[in-house]
Design a protein around this ligand. Sequence first.
Ligand SMILES: [Zn+2]
Length: 196
Amino acid sequence: MMTELPAFESFCHQYSSEQACAEALFHARWPDGFRCPTCRHSHYYLTRTRRMPLYECRSCRVQTSVIAGTIMEGSSTPLTRWFQALFLIASPSGISSSKLSKIIQVTYKTAWLIARKIRHVMQRADQYDPLSGLVRVNHMKYGYSYYQDAQQPLLIGGAFTASAQNIPSTDLIGSMSSTKTEESRPQLNNRIPTQA
Ligand SMILES: [Zn+2]
């Protein structure tokens, strides 16, 4: 974790406000500009009276937000803390829920829930997007180190592709897509490409 601190600080600086996070989510969600999730119309009315900007389709009037349908929907935790959690959980060394709660300053229960949701979507994404190219896998453990049976084995794998190397470490989407966390053993052989 120590070696990742400068990158984490720089990430926090980049996403230090709700607006910065919402803008990042907007561009991740609609890289070619707004598209209504119902009718694909590209024009909208913007409502800023709520905590989260609301986008209302000018054609079918359906309202949506940048977090609609994501693990952040319905959460009262600020986006800045969600982003920090995403960075820390997706980092190669991972993080425990109790440490996460201290760093992002939420209760242990909230940190545990956030971590659980993030790990769940990362695992789901891994199922449909297996690592390819040059893959490096490290064996690690997570969990409370004082009790051996509380520790869970982990394989942390990363794909080092030309495009992934060009993504700055502070880029949220880049760090999410180039780092994978997965339970130990079952798929190790499938995740290391054979030499052609
Ligand atoms: Zn629409």
